[in-house]
Design a protein around this ligand. Structure first.
Ligand SMILES: *[C@@H]1O[C@H](CO)[C@@H](O)[C@H](O)[C@H]1NC(C)=O
Ligand SMILES: *[C@@H]1O[C@H](CO)[C@@H](O)[C@H](O)[C@H]1NC(C)=O
Ligand SMILES: *[C@@H]1O[C@H](CO)[C@@H](O)[C@H](O)[C@H]1NC(C)=O
Length: 217
């Protein structure tokens, strides 16, 4: 009994000391856990949402596409494509290790999935980045991952709009080492245009893609 209690106390002390390190990240985690949609309501955990830029227009929301350079692809890419008006763009943000959580949290590891029908594509709908440090298109997000693995490990981070601080705007980061082995640190997700119309979500080292959550009607 005694060694068990001691190791529990040691564990608690470990938690307390690691949690109270004066790191900017820890402050951000305690102060900004909540995620709000564009109407100011809290975003639900593991529920379908559209994600789009603040200034929304048809084709600017994020969707899956089954076509790249006029070829059918499987798994799908995650894109902004003005031509893909018929395809669904609803995504569930699923926190790792928090099945019963009611609301989505920022700064917490999660995986992203879609409930859209996938036709003949026999791949799971979890977003992954096969190799974030590789060249395009291997650093683009595709479907085909599994829940809570290094390649499907993301964070939603608050990213306030300074000219309009009331907007609830966010960026997405890919942090492979937070869910398993992989390159350390986090990679900002941005949009990469490989032609004029289609923009791929992935890692390109450019300005992060800033988005809002919209709940479907
Ligand atoms: C896509 O198809 C595969 C194989 O039929 C299935 O396992 C998977 O759940 C499907 N994904 C969705 C989102 O329907
Ligand atoms: C802030 O929001 C406005 C819309 O209210 C938008 O025009 C502007 O691009 C946003 N700024 C940034 C840095 O995203
Ligand atoms: C991610 O984007 C934020 C905001 O632009 C920036 O402060 C940060 O340095 C970026 N992180 C990386 C690893 O590029």
């Amino acid at each position: 009994m005694r060694p068990k209690v001691l190791s529990y106390v040691a564990f608690l002390v470990f938690i307390i000391t690691t949690q109270s390190l004066p790191s900017a990240n820890a402050v951000a985690i305690s102060r900004l856990p909540k995620v709000y949609d564009v109407t100011g309501k809290r975003v639900l955990h593991d529920a379908p949402y559209y994600i789009s830029p603040v200034i929304w227009a048809k084709g600017t929301e994020i969707k899956l596409t089954d076509t790249k350079d006029n070829q059918k692809v499987c798994p799908f890419y995650v894109v902004q494509d003005p031509a893909e008006v018929n395809r669904d763009g609803l995504f569930n943000f699923v926190l790792t290790g928090r099945k019963s959580e009611m609301y989505l949290l920022t700064s917490h590891t999660l995986s992203i999935t879609s409930r859209s029908p996938n036709g003949s594509c026999d791949e799971s709908s979890y977003w992954q980045i096969p190799d974030v440090e590789a060249k395009a298109p291997s650093n683009f997000i595709t479907t085909g991952g599994s829940f809570a693995t290094a390649v499907t490990c993301f964070l939603v981070m608050e990213y306030p709009n300074l000219t309009n601080p009331k907007l609830h705007t966010y960026i997405l980061q890919h942090c492979p080492s937070f869910c398993g082995a992989g390159p350390g640190g986090c990679y900002n997700m941005s949009l990469y245009a490989d032609n004029k119309e289609v923009r791929y979500l992935g890692y390109s080292g450019t300005a992060p893609f800033v988005f809002v959550f919209r709940k479907p009607k």
